[in-house]
Design a protein around this ligand. Sequence first.
Ligand code: SF4
Ligand code: SF4
Length: 243
Amino acid sequence: MNATFKVWRGDANGGAFREYATEVSEGMVVLDAVHDIQRTQAPEAGKCGSCSAEVNGMPKLMCMTRLSELPVEKPITVEPMKAFPVIKDLITDVSWNFHVKKRIKPFKPRRPDAPDGTWRMQQADIDRVQEFRKCIECFLCQDVCHVLRDHRMHDQFIGPRFLIHVAALEMHPLDTENRIGELRNAQGIGYCNITKCCTKVCPENIQITDNGIIPLKERVVDDFYDPLGWFWRWLKRKQDRQS
Ligand code: SF4
Ligand code: SF4
């Protein structure tokens, strides 16, 4: 039997009903039909980051993990992320991440440099940080990172998701804040040994280690072990703040 569903699609800025015809059968509930529609007519997986779990022991978004990628002749294990406390079944308490984010110094722009009160930036500089802004906060990278997952160093290490958050701020062409001291002393960048496991599980294909963590590590080394480099950046930040 066929049924037509009018499903509201949109976001906080507005939306409208869209019509979908789908096959239904005895015993189905509305959620079954919506899942069928999503699978066959409106495939928009990997956008909300809310179905993170471990499938056969690997951190994955369940909405993006195709059964054709799995050895279905054996039982498939589905379990909650190990880096965070379990609330119930597959649901974990990821609130630690939100507390970590609050502790990171926010964006602090230099003064506008155009008469109309806006800024001028190079497109290449914007493109560089744009990659990090694709993050959907699924926390799969946090889950796979051995520093959090195995060593449970949540109070000493902010994890790859927040290292790229810091990278996005530090590399922003308008930002004048300095977060390098915290990276080394409180946020634990030294614990990352660049195994790249975080990059491998990222559903947004963000090059977490190569484009985020390694450049941040270089900045930490420059600031703490290269006094000339440190002086040069201090002078530049001072000039930015005054301009
Ligand atoms: S590269 Fe660093 S942050 Fe990423 S999983 Fe490995 S130790 Fe963790
Ligand atoms: S960086 Fe990638 S894996 Fe980590 S939280 Fe963001 S989207 Fe998820």
